[in-house]
Design a protein. Structure first.
Length: 361
């Protein structure tokens, strides 16, 4: 059988892609990769021989050439891996699929092809048995007819019919001998194949037991890895929480920095306002001199002027005190601004009062 199927005789009936492995012939335990990457794996049907094969080619190299027999069994060893033993190739093939669905489809197709191969074998055996029985019946009927002719016929009839009957009988006997020889050789062949299958099944059973032990070992390792993974996840969550706290702290620091800049800006503005108030305070003595010059005309407003003078003296005192409080201005800025706003209002009222007085005069 040629490794690569001639398409004039064999046709693909199912194709998929998988990673191909073969059992290590020396240890019968470990899997040896037959392909470096996923390759095409196909079922082929030979209509002339009524047989099925699994074929896979990696470049110019044939890595699977397995004829399906009714005694083969495809076994799923995991969610994405399956295997079967080929006694003729004296090896065990393994296929790793990208998904569990593809593995299920391949296994279902294997069972379908296996049933078809079994049906073809049964039909072939029926044909052989029918041919053998037909040959035996022909061999038994021919001598009886010859004997009837020799008993009932004359000597001339014996001379005329005896030759062709014997030749026909000899031909049928030769066919029967050939059929018996073929049957005997087929029996021997089946015995050898049966023995090979038994040995292959024994090796497969051993491999399955070792695979089961290996699966238990990997399950324990998987459980340990899972526990370690859970611990790492918890540590990662703790670190993420710490990172979140650090980010929040950075955000708070940034907000405080912005607030400090705003306060410094406000402080500069208030210092400018204070400087303007100082300049305005220098104008107050001139206003007082003007008030003294017109004191005779403002007798009605004398009491009010005295109150204003007292407030001016208090304002001067507060201005002097504010020079000493500049070092603590950041902490007392709000209170100072409140007092300062009140004083500004008073000065504004005072200026309005002066303006009114000037207008009245």
């Amino acid at each position: 059988i040629s490794p690569v199927p001639p398409y004039s005789r064999e046709q693909p009936i199912f194709t998929t892609r998988a990673h191909v492995f073969q059992i290590d012939p020396s240890t019968k335990k470990n899997w040896v990769p037959a392909s470096k990457q996923a390759v095409t794996v196909s079922y082929f049907y030979d209509s002339t021989r009524n047989s099925y094969r699994i074929i896979s080619v990696d470049g110019a190299k044939v890595i699977i050439n397995s004829t399906i027999t009714p005694n083969m069994t495809f076994t799923k060893t995991s969610q994405k891996f399956g295997q079967w033993a080929d006694s003729r190739a004296n090896t065990v093939f393994g296929l790793g699929f990208p998904s569990e669905q593809q593995l299920t489809k391949f296994a279902e197709k294997f069972q379908e092809v296996k049933e078809a191969a079994k049906l073809a074998r049964d039909r072939s055996q029926e044909k052989i048995e029918t041919s053998s029985n037909h040959s035996q019946e022909s061999g038994r009927e021919t001598p009886s007819s010859t004997r009837a002719s020799s008993v009932n016929g004359t000597d001339d009839e014996k001379a005329s019919h005896g030759g062709p009957a014997e030749a026909h009988l000899k031909s049928e006997n030769d066919k029967l001998k050939i059929a018996l020889a073929q049957s005997s050789s087929n029996v021997k062949k089946w015995e050898v194949e049966l023995q090979t299958l038994r040995e292959s099944n024994a090796r497969l059973t051993t491999a399955l037991q070792e695979s089961a032990a290996s699966i238990e070992h990997w399950k324990k390792q998987f459980s340990a890895c899972k526990d370690e993974n859970d611990q790492l996840r918890s540590k990662i969550e703790e670190l993420e929480e710490q990172c979140n706290e650090i980010d929040k702290e950075k955000e708070r620091n940034a907000q405080l920095s912005r607030r400090l800049q705003e306060l410094e800006t406000e402080l500069q503005d208030k210092e400018l306002e204070l400087e303007e108030l100082r300049k305005q305070g220098e104008v107050i003595p001139q206003l007082m001199s003007e008030c003294e010059s017109v004191s005779e005309q403002l007798q009605a407003a004398e009491k009010k002027n005295k109150d204003l003078e007292e407030k001016v003296r208090m304002l001067r005192t507060e201005v002097e005190e504010s020079k000493h409080r500049q070092t603590n201005l950041k902490t007392e800025l709000k209170n100072f601004l409140d007092v300062l706003d009140g004083k500004i209002d008073e000065l504004h009222d005072f200026r309005q009062g002066l303006s009114k007085l000037g207008v009245d005069n």
